[in-house]
Design a protein around this ligand. Structure first.
Ligand code: CAA
Length: 283
């Protein structure tokens, strides 16, 4: 199936990054969110990153304008009526996602693929609310989307081969590498990453080492670009807790129990970079 028009739902950090990489690869993109201030924030962040790319002479001013001309903004879900592919990147809440997919199923053309960027929710469950479950798939980008090379492509139990092949091809056109993953809690990325972050938090909780020293061990000892606690702040501690709970509930195994300190930080509203305080403080 030939994909040309892409509808991205959610203009937050992930959605705007996804819209940017599609537009950079020549796709026409509609970036949607519920209100104008949200879509404006999304397009502003894309403009800023493209401007930086021009300043670093990675792209020309003309390239930047061409990329931006391929992105239009929308606050109306009905604008998905001519799309070939939808990529949903809204809040990680199964009820919200199911509601959106139920609506989208009525609006998008019958042969359009409906993808979700969920980082851990069951694609099989989301697919089940549509009349085209074989065309529903997970397309999990990593943060920051314009930089990170990986996309986890998650097959719901209902996803057909053609849908998978189409999304694998599209991912290549975005200059990203994909891996094929079956629909189990946390997929691959978060099943491995989140227990590592959770264990780093336990290490601090049990007084084994300081926050800074735990990060230094993983940065200098393992060559990770960021220590796990810095990364947790960057992802959002609320998101980290949420994903640990998905793993804990999904597998019923105590090895995935969220660290009490993580829970406490989230209760305190210390979500990391986005709220100015997590394991570190931010201006
Ligand atoms: N958006 C776009 N570009 C960004 C960016 C952002 N938020 N942050 C940094 N960059 C770009 C910079 O512009 C820079 O590009 P140039 O070379 O063109 O200037 C490049 O990335 C390197 O940035 P910096 O030199 O400022 O900093 P750095 O070398 O530390 O790199 C980083 C930043 C790429 C984020 C790096 O620290 C890193 O790889 N960190 C780990 C990221 C990671 O693990 N992501 C996965 C998170 S988990 C996830 O996404 C899954 C989930 O479901 C939770």
């Amino acid at each position: 199936m030939d994909i040309q028009n892409v509808f991205v739902i959610g203009a937050g950090q992930m959605g705007s990054g996804i819209a940017q990489v599609f537009a950079q690869s020549g796709f026409r993109v509609i970036l949607h969110d519920m209100n104008e201030s949200a879509v404006d924030r999304g397009i502003n962040s894309i403009q800023k990153l493209l401007l930086r790319a021009v300043e670093k002479e990675r792209i020309t001013e003309e390239n930047k304008e061409a990329i931006l001309s391929r992105i239009t903004l929308s606050t109306d879900l009905q604008d998905a009526r001519n799309t070939d592919l939808v990529v949903e990147a809204v809040i990680e809440n199964i009820d919200v996602k199911k509601e959106i997919f139920t609506e989208l199923d009525k609006i998008a053309p019958a042969d359009a693929i409906l993808a979700t960027n969920t980082s851990s929710l069951p694609i099989t469950d989301i697919a089940s609310v549509t009349n085209r479950p074989e065309k529903v798939i997970g397309m999990h980008f990593m943060n920051p989307v314009p930089v990170m090379k990986l996309v986890e492509i998650i097959r719901a139990i209902q996803t057909d081969e053609e849908t998978y092949e189409t999304i694998a091809e599209v991912t290549k056109k975005l200059y990203k590498t994909s891996v094929q993953v079956n629909d189990f809690p946390g997929f691959v990325a978060n099943r491995i990453l989140m227990p590592m972050i959770n264990e780093a938090i336990y290490t601090v909780y049990e007084g084994v080492a300081t926050i800074e020293d735990v990060d230094t061990v993983m940065k200098l000892g393992m060559n990770h670009p960021m220590g796990p606690l810095t990364l947790a702040d960057f992802i959002g501690l609320d998101t980290c807790l949420y994903i640990m709970e998905v793993l804990h509930d999904g597998f019923g195994d105590s090895k995935y129990r969220p660290c009490p300190l993580l829970r406490q930080y989230v209760q305190a509203g210390w979500y990391g970079k986005k709220t100015g305080r997590g394991f570190y403080t931010y201006d």
